[in-house]
Design a protein around this ligand. Structure first.
Ligand SMILES: NC(=O)c1ccc[n+]([C@@H]2O[C@H](COP(=O)([O-])OP(=O)(O)OC[C@H]3O[C@@H](n4cnc5c(N)ncnc54)[C@H](OP(=O)(O)O)[C@@H]3O)[C@@H](O)[C@H]2O)c1
Length: 204
């Protein structure tokens, strides 16, 4: 399959790209720092990217920023970044990519555990993740010719937890997290949240 991996230079995205390549897929790495480059906060940049890449079998988004800040300390800019980047950026990546997505193709976007199990300082992240899940469930109903859409909700990833000074031991590493994206791509589900094996939140 020809697969765009948005965020392919990141902690999870790099592991997703490597896993997909190990399965023989052709991966087009996408980020602000790749060539062709893409900035998902700029709709024109997304259009330019797809014009260069052409038709694909899968669009996998593992990118987007959202503020990790106590709710009463959030600035207007941090609220706007969370919406423009992780929420709207991924929605536009899918929406604009649909004209390039072949029949039976799949779009996979990234939310996160915090949609289900919020923690202090994560109001923006939880809001965006829940919004992306709502988008996924509804957009699936509009897709045609076998096209699918799914959202992966990673828990903390061990590498990120370690970088934040947290205990990484309870969490899956990026390579294990990447398997959830492969499950989404190779499966038949649509309009559903996908969790890393062993990390499905109760009540989901
Ligand atoms: N790591 C975790 O523990 C964890 C847990 C749950 C959910 N998530 C979610 O998973 C996603 C990836 O997390 P991560 O930790 O792998 O992130 P990361 O290491 O910071 O990597 C982010 C990736 O996205 C790209 N990117 C960022 N902003 C972009 C933009 N505006 N346009 C295009 N590309 C952009 C970055 O490349 P450039 O800078 O070159 O553009 C990079 O490739 C995020 O949405 C995060 O919220 C992460």
């Amino acid at each position: 399959m020809k697969i765009v991996v948005l965020g392919a230079t990141g902690t999870i995205g790099k592991a997703v790209m490597e896993l997909l390549q190990s399965k023989g897929h052709e991966v087009i790495a996408a980020a602000r720092s790749t060539s062709p480059s893409i900035d998902i906060t700029d709709p024109a940049s997304i259009d330019r990217f797809y014009a260069q890449v052409g038709e694909v079998d899968a669009i996998v988004s593992v990118a987007g920023e959202a503020a990790f800040v106590q709710v009463d300390k959030l600035t207007d800019e941090q609220v706007q970044l969370s919406i423009n980047s992780k929420l709207l950026g991924q929605i536009n990546m899918v929406r604009k990519g649909l004209t390039r997505l072949r029949p039976n193709g799949v779009a996979v976007i990234t939310g996160g555990f915090l949609a289900y199990i919020p923690a202090p300082q994560t109001a923006m992240i939880a809001m965006v993740n829940a919004g992306l899940e709502g988008f996924t469930k509804a957009a699936a109903l509009d897709l045609t010719e076998g096209r699918r859409i799914l959202i992966v909700h990673p828990p903390w990833v061990a590498e990120t937890a370690a970088a934040l000074g947290m205990d990484p031991s309870p969490w899956p590493n990026a390579a294990k997290t990447a398997e959830a994206y492969l499950t989404a791509i190779e499966g038949t589900k649509t309009g559903k949240p996908i969790f890393v094996e062993g990390f499905t939140p109760s009540g989901s």
